[in-house]
Write a protein that binds this ligand. Structure first.
Ligand code: NIG
Ligand code: FE
Length: 399
């Protein structure tokens, strides 16, 4: 007997295991009046006739795949409300950063926090994201900036992933900033020395390649070494200034180049050829009061595009996926179809999980969002809209 059947008046999903680019980002599969059968957390059938025998039946007006947030800075500790006020008063992100505030404040707090406190503080964000439809996410280190505290963050990510239903992919972002009183080249060497230990926790590394953080040369040294050791590469690129980080990401065939607010045409062309996924995070532009990434130029040039929250206490205090989708339509000028693909399949590809999630297809994990009184356009339109039911690997969570 089938364990769970979901009846959908309308079901919208991208299809496949490969990231979609250009016009294909808008090509969703749309089914009307279908029944999704789920067994052992896996989709076993999608059909227009209702199965006869099942244990549980749920119905909804709209069903879409669970959201995949492929760029967050969970776990962190404490907030930075004062940064927010200072920015409202005209201070820039880099001013706060170079005066020793900004993310360095979070580093201090994370270093001091116990593992128990870190788990408690961050668990609520993951629970909140689940209610709002984020069934898979990425979590980064990067607020330790020394061996011990970076490994502590990676352990926290592992601990969190064991207690929440979501799939969590960890990333090593030891190269988030040059710690105070440490030489940049010396710190890069320390990070390279950590890679073998880090491998137990993740296959991803990331670096903040930016004025005031790491130079392109440092990033090249670190990323090349990590690639040699078999890591998958991600880069915080062209967020606040363009120093050539997205070109480096393309050249090194990084999995993703993230932010791209200041990306130029030459880099767009290189990204379209390297297969690097552009992870766009409009909530960061919103909070920093910055320009928005040129999503249309990227999509129209066939660059693969995903969207994410960048949830962190500084540049993106955004616990609201519907707000990210809203900004993606409003400011990135993406269509609701592109937004869905960017927040499901393409994001799953960034995390190398698309063979088992990111779309609604037979054989994939049953990660589904059920909405009432909603169509696809309602998702980015109604900021704060939550699914009535979130299904993660067949497990049902009702809001
Ligand atoms: O993606 N830019 C670097 N890292 C984050 C911000 C982290 C922080 O400010 O705490 C970002 O914007
Ligand atoms: Fe980030």
């Amino acid at each position: 007997m089938i364990q769970l059947v979901v009846g959908a008046k309308k079901l919208c999903t991208p299809i496949g295991n490969k990231p979609r680019s250009g016009q294909d980002m808008s090509r969703l599969e749309v089914f009307n009046n279908v029944y999704v059968s789920i067994e052992d957390g896996i989709i076993v059938d999608i059909s227009t006739s209702k199965p006869r025998d099942f244990v549980r039946f749920l119905e909804a007006d709209l069903v879409v795949p669970g959201f995949v947030d492929c760029h967050t800075h969970i776990p962190f500790y404490g907030f930075r409300e004062n940064d927010f006020l200072k920015r409202v008063g005209g201070a820039t992100y880099l001013q706060l950063h170079s005066s020793g505030g900004g993310l360095f404040e979070t580093v201090e707090k994370v270093r001091k926090a116990s593992e128990r406190e870190l788990v408690r503080f961050n668990l609520k964000f993951l629970r909140e994201f689940l209610k709002k439809g984020v069934t898979t996410l990425e979590c980064k280190s990067g607020y330790g900036l020394d061996r011990e505290s970076e490994l502590k963050q990676l352990r926290i990510i592992r601990a969190l992933s064991r207690v929440v239903p979501q799939d969590i992919v960890a990333t090593f972002l030891g190269a988030h900033a040059v710690p105070k009183d440490v030489d940049e080249a010396e710190y890069i060497n320390q990070l390279i020395d950590m890679l073998d230990e880090v491998r137990d926790y993740t296959e991803y590394v990331d670096i903040f390649c930016e004025v005031g953080a790491f130079s392109v040369e440092s990033a090249r040294t670190f990323l090349s070494k990590a690639a040699e050791k078999g890591f998958r590469l991600r880069v915080h690129a062209d967020e606040i200034s363009n120093i050539g980080a997205s070109k480096l990401a393309a050249e090194l065939k990084a999995v993703s180049a993230d932010h791209l607010i200041k990306v130029d045409e030459e880099a767009i062309d290189m990204l379209s050829r390297s297969g690097t996924i552009a992870v766009l995070m409009p909530a960061t532009s919103f909070h920093l009061n910055e320009a928005y990434a040129p999503a249309r130029a990227l999509i129209d040039s066939n660059v693969l595009v995903a969207i994410a929250s960048d949830f962190n206490p500084g540049s993106s205090p955004t616990l609201e996926p519907s707000f990210v989708m809203h900004l993606a339509v409003r400011h990135l000028k993406m269509t609701p179809e592109e937004v869905l693909t960017g927040f499901t399949l393409n994001a799953a590809c960034v995390l190398n999980l698309a063979d088992r999630l990111g779309t609604i297809e037979v054989g994939k994990q049953a990660d589904l969002l059920l909405y009432d009184d909603a169509d696809l356009l309602t998702l980015p339109y109604l900021v704060g809209l939550r699914p009535r039911v979130v299904i993660k690997r067949g497990q049902v969570f009702e809001n």
